[in-house]
Write a protein that binds this ligand. Structure first.
Ligand SMILES: *Cc1c(COP(=O)(O)O)cnc(C)c1O
Length: 231
């Protein structure tokens, strides 16, 4: 059956199948509907062959965290797989916004006004809106990107109403040393108050917890593609 596939392709295919199974089991455990979670395969620092192995399996949503790397890997893949969708999950500088909106379908890391205004400006120039999620720094960590929980409501509303951005969800990366459930629950609460339907939360180590707390998008890298190596 897998006779034409090399080892790394078989691994990616098997890992994807396993993760999808675990996602469905978590949904069932949480009394949620089947297929209610979107798996974002985080392909940062992974070689194109492994990404293509996932595409060949029919997987279509991917996450990258650096513009330059995405610009290197994705234009050719998007020609071959035009329905592939790419989410930006890493920090975005204002001078890279123009490139970002050409490459990505969703920006998950909106976290400051200057960036919101630049995304609007470049979207108007391009003639199409881009979907954004606001990153919330739920652990209020000094070194981490994202708006603080107390500022999130005002920020989202300002970006929607005054800047005119299409914001559909929130994303967070919990502090490594803390119980992620508290952070997922907080993110869900804020999204609920804002009527935002999308919650991007949960990675390889904690996606099952995230699903129990209502994640609509989980971002999984190493459990699909293996340990990250340099490209
Ligand atoms: C790298 C990364 C992930 C995936 O992490 P894994 O532990 O490899 O699953 C998810 N979200 C963000 C924002 C990341 O940078």
């Amino acid at each position: 059956m897998n006779i034409n596939k090399v080892g790394s392709q078989i691994n990616v295919a098997n890992n994807l199948a396993l993760i999808n199974k675990k996602i469905e089991a978590s949904l069932e455990g949480a009394n949620r509907q089947k297929h209610d979670v979107n798996l974002i395969a985080v392909s940062k620092v992974q070689p194109v062959e492994k990404i293509e192995a996932a595409l060949v399996e029919g997987h279509r949503i991917f996450g990258e965290n650096r513009i330059q790397e995405a610009a290197f890997k994705w234009p050719a893949l998007k020609i071959k797989y035009p329905d592939a969708k790419l989410h930006l999950i890493g920090p975005l500088q204002t001078n890279k916004v123009k490139d970002a909106i050409m490459l990505f379908d969703v920006i998950e890391t909106l976290d400051r006004l200057k960036l919101a205004e630049e995304i609007k400006k470049q979207s108007v120039k391009k003639g199409s809106d881009i979907t954004c999620y606001v990153q919330v720094n739920t652990g209020e960590e000094q070194q981490k990107a994202g708006v603080f929980p107390a500022e999130a409501e005002e920020f989202v509303q300002y970006c929607q109403k005054t800047v005119g951005l299409n914001i559909t969800g929130l994303m967070c990366i919990p502090p490594v040393s803390e119980e992620p459930a508290l952070h997922f629950s907080l993110l869900g609460e804020i999204a609920g108050r804002l009527n935002l339907p999308i919650l991007s939360m949960g990675m390889s180590d904690d996606f099952e917890t995230a699903i129990a707390f209502g994640a609509t998008h989980v971002r999984i890298g190493s459990s699909i593609f293996g340990k990250r190596e340099s490209i």
